[in-house]
Design a binder for this molecule. Structure first.
Ligand code: KG4
Ligand code: ZN
Length: 335
């Protein structure tokens, strides 16, 4: 089945064509990162307006790059939530209009299930069941995935998401946006043991990242003038290490507890180079297979939505013109 995926839940307008839920023929992403960079975070009203401008050119480009026309498309998958409501509505209304005009089946997809489904684009894909860490700007959750409609939450963040902690730290240090990307780059020049940060909630599969953020804030306050450019790499390397440590440890602990030997790591923060190498190393030591999609399928994209949508469409799921966007949608909850 040839599925057109559409994603607009935050600040990326994306469209992709995926064949049989396995092969991305195109994956077009129009990022608004430079626009929101000025404000140090996503401004919802601006995001919706930019989605409106970008959505049709992005869809046309996705079709062109895949070498197909709308006539070849057999189904449409669109992110229904969770996310910014104004942003979601742009992708959703476009998908509904296209489906209605072309008489195509339409399905609304949970963005988090999309992040997990990105692992199915890998060769070989993970077999079920597996433990999945979804780690992004809005979420840090561990799931037991028995099937693509059977998710059990094993752990979640009690406060900030890991990506949010990276973004807030970068804002505090005034080193650029989006924080995760900048910290990943600067940390490569630093020593992760030079500055130590706390690791919270060691005995639980839940996360808390407010402590590590407050610890950084206290360091900055104590010094009065913040850190010099020379000191920043060590500071962010230590900060990143504290976050990576707990993400890796809890996810592998969850796999051990569930007696599952496969782990999927996905979402924007899974693009982090230190997180990727630490997972690969630690999982190998514990004889667990780890699946981390290539970075372009970790950060927000529409190929992952098409993959998740293809499975729903193949199982006979159809949504109608009354389909609405939802800002909050825990994974596994049937709406
Ligand atoms: O999945 P995503 O693109 O959007 C959400 O669904 O939230 O994730 C965005 C988050 C941001 O917080 C960003 O700082 C973080 O992913 N991120 C990274 C990296 N690339 C993106 N964090 C750490 N290292 C990276 N290389
Ligand atoms: Zn995302």
């Amino acid at each position: 089945m040839l599925v057109l995926g559409i994603e607009s839940s935050c600040d990326e307008t994306a469209a992709a064509v995926v064949s049989d839920g396995r092969r991305a023929l195109s994956n077009v992403i129009a990022s608004q990162v430079r626009i929101h960079g000025k404000y140090g975070g996503v401004v919802p009203e601006i995001a919706s307006r930019k989605h409106t401008e970008a959505i049709l050119p992005v869809i046309l480009q996705a079709l062109a790059e895949a070498g197909v026309g709308l006539n070849d498309i057999e189904g449409i998958a669109v992110t229904r939530g969770p996310g910014l409501i104004g942003s979601l509505l742009v992708g959703l209304s476009t998908a509904k209009a296209l489906a209605f005009a072309r008489g195509l089946p339409l399905v609304g997809v949970n963005h988090l299930s999309g992040h997990i489904a990105a692992a199915l684009l890998m060769d070989p894909p993970p077999e079920l069941p597996f433990v999945a860490l979804v780690v992004s700007g809005g979420h840090t959750n561990i799931y037991l995935v028995r099937d693509f409609d059977d998710f059990q939450t094993l752990g979640q963040t009690r406060d900030d998401a890991a990506g949010e902690a990276f973004d807030k730290a970068a804002r505090l240090l005034d080193i650029g946006y989006p924080g995760g990307v900048v910290i990943d780059r600067l940390a490569k020049q630093g020593d992760p043991r030079a500055v130590s940060f706390p690791r919270a909630m060691r005995d639980s599969l839940d996360f808390s990242f407010s402590g590590v953020k407050t610890s950084l804030l206290n360091m900055v306050k104590k010094r009065g003038r913040g850190f010099s450019a020379d000191e920043i790499p060590d500071v962010v390397a230590g900060f990143q290490e504290a976050i990576v440590d707990v993400l890796v440890e809890k996810t592998l602990q969850a796999a051990a507890r569930e007696a599952v030997r496969r782990v999927v790591v996905c979402g924007g923060v899974a693009a982090n180079s230190r997180l990727r190498s630490r997972f690969e190393q630690d999982a190998r030591e514990r004889e667990i297979d780890v699946f981390i999609p290539p970075p372009v399928f970790c950060t927000d994209n529409a190929a992952m939505i098409a993959v998740a949508g293809e499975r729903l469409l193949s199982a006979g799921r159809r949504d109608g013109p009354d389909l609405n966007a939802v800002s909050r949608w825990p994974l596994g909850l049937r709406l």
